[in-house]
Design a protein around this ligand. Structure first.
Ligand SMILES: Nc1ncnc2c1ncn2[C@@H]1O[C@H](COP(=O)(O)OP(=O)(O)OP(=O)(O)O)[C@@H](O)[C@H]1O
Length: 459
């Protein structure tokens, strides 16, 4: 139980806080009579606090509406109020106790509009600068995408996005797996952006694209004079650039074995040794890796180190291919169509039913990247407001699956055979013997088929 001294002690603390507050504060009861006014407000109004308390608020403060709010219960925020030759910006907030209105609290935040104008123009001038800093930060930080950029209506993808929210804040290594073009990079960016390291750098390394002899200096940097052609002053490697932030090791399955050993050492010892240096430098990075390779099989074949696999694979995210999330095909088609046609300055809003069918039945080996490219090409080829089958690339139209439901199995097989022969002949510049050899059939069999399909190549 609180004793009298405790209550007095708390009251004194509260009184000091309220009295020294920058704002001017007044409290009225439901009759509109002042029950409290802080020291600063009394000084401004040149009134003794004891004289103010008990008086109706309209007698003490010009143009006050406190008594109205203490009756209506409706708050008034940032209202302009003219007091003693100045416009004030006032907030009036009703006070409730046990569900009943018992009065109102009034605060004046800025003493006059001049001060407000000064403040707001200061803020306005700061905004573009802030924007530039944010853009700079984003650029140097390198992580452009967030979870909102990963468009999906598919359940496993929605669950994956949820998983990202749960694991992003931890500092654990994440391995993102999935076919090419499924969106692995978007997930890597999102993890970084949701992590406590989000204001630190995000550095991407494409382990498959950097020539083997340059990979070590790219990753760990080099000292001045480390080799002929080395830059003056040396070069910082990607690990040191990522210090404090995250490093995204894309295509890690393509990293040569000797580099895998060096990478493992860095991850274990948390220090890097630039080429030509003997002094290791401590480094603090979170590792996010991605691959479309079958790492387990590569371990069996001794093409990927098992110890490195366990280091990077503390948590796995498996991004499903587009063909396993058919609901996303339609959703992402709409999304890409809107995005691309807007960018191209066209108004293409519709997609022919036949095109939808082709999309639904296509295998999408290149996943979302392929879908995006197909729509990009179609948008540029289309003059009307609708995408039709004629604007699709041949490879898509050739997919025999689109014939299911239209032809019998025998007819589909024959149609496919015809297309393959035609394409092989094109590849071998109409040389029938070479084409027959490539297809593993005899010369006579080739002639028979040319005749059967009326390909018009029979001599
Ligand atoms: N869910 C999605 N919503 C919107 N765009 C997406 C989505 N997934 C992928 N994309 C787009 O598809 C393209 C490929 O994505 P991304 O580069 O992340 O794939 P990836 O799996 O990393 O491919 P790779 O293995 O070839 O590096 C990008 O242009 C990306 O913006």
């Amino acid at each position: 139980m609180l004793n009298h001294l405790d209550v007095q002690y708390k009251n004194d603390i509260l009184e000091t806080i309220i009295d020294s507050a920058y704002e001017w504060i007044v409290v009225v009861n439901t009759d509109g009579n002042i029950v409290y006014m802080n020291k600063n407000y009394c000084q401004f109004l040149e009134i003794d606090r004891n004289d103010a308390i008990g008086q109706h608020v309209t007698k003490v403060i010009e143009n006050s509406r406190m008594h109205i709010v203490a009756q209506s219960g409706k708050e008034e925020i940032a209202d302009l109020q003219y007091i003693k030759g100045n416009y004030m910006i006032a907030n009036r907030i009703p006070i409730f106790s046990e569900g009943k209105i018992i009065g109102a609290l009034g605060t004046v935040i800025f003493r006059d509009t001049k001060e407000w104008n000064k403040m707001s123009s200061h803020i306005k001038s700061l905004m573009p600068k802030l924007q530039t800093y944010l853009l700079d930060l984003e650029e140097s930080n390198g992580a452009k995408y967030t979870l909102q950029d990963i468009k999906t209506v598919s359940k496993p993808m929605i669950e994956l996005k949820e998983k990202v929210k749960n694991i992003a804040s931890g500092d654990i290594s994440v391995l993102i797996r999935g076919e090419s073009g499924t969106g692995k990079e978007l997930f890597a960016h999102s993890i970084h952006r949701l992590s406590p390291r989000s204001h630190q750098p995000f550095i991407k390394v494409n382990c498959g694209a950097i020539p083997e002899h340059l990979l070590e200096s790219e990753l760990f940097g080099y000292e001045e004079g480390a080799f002929t052609g080395a830059k003056k002053g040396g070069k910082k490697g990607k690990f040191l650039l990522a210090h404090g932030g995250s490093i995204f090791l894309d295509e890690i399955g393509d990293m040569p074995l000797n580099m895998q050993v060096k990478l493992l050492r860095v991850l274990q010892d948390k220090e890097v040794e630039p080429v030509g240096s003997v002094k290791p430098i401590p480094v603090n990075v979170r590792v996010i890796a991605a691959t479309n390779r079958p790492l387990e099989k590569m371990i069996e074949e001794k093409r990927f180190r098992e110890d490195l696999f366990y280091r990077i694979n503390v948590m796995t995210l498996k991004v499903p291919p587009l063909r396993d999330r058919p609901e996303d095909i339609r959703h992402l088609t709409e999304f890409f169509l809107e995005k691309i046609s807007k960018r191209a300055g066209k108004r293409i809003t519709k997609i022919n039913d036949e095109v939808r069918k082709v999309f639904d039945q296509h295998n999408w080996p290149g996943n979302l990247r392929e879908l995006e490219n197909v729509i990009e090409a179609a948008v540029h080829l289309t003059e009307a407001d609708k995408i039709t089958i004629s604007s699709l690339p041949e490879s898509l139209k050739d997919d025999p699956k689109i014939l299911i439901g239209q032809l019998s199995l025998k007819e589909i097989l024959e149609e496919t055979e015809k297309r393959i022969i035609k394409r092989t002949l094109e590849q071998f510049h109409q040389d029938k013997l070479e084409a027959a050899k490539a297809l593993g059939i005899s010369k006579s069999s080739m002639y028979e088929k040319l005749k059967k399909y009326s390909l018009g190549y029979v001599d």
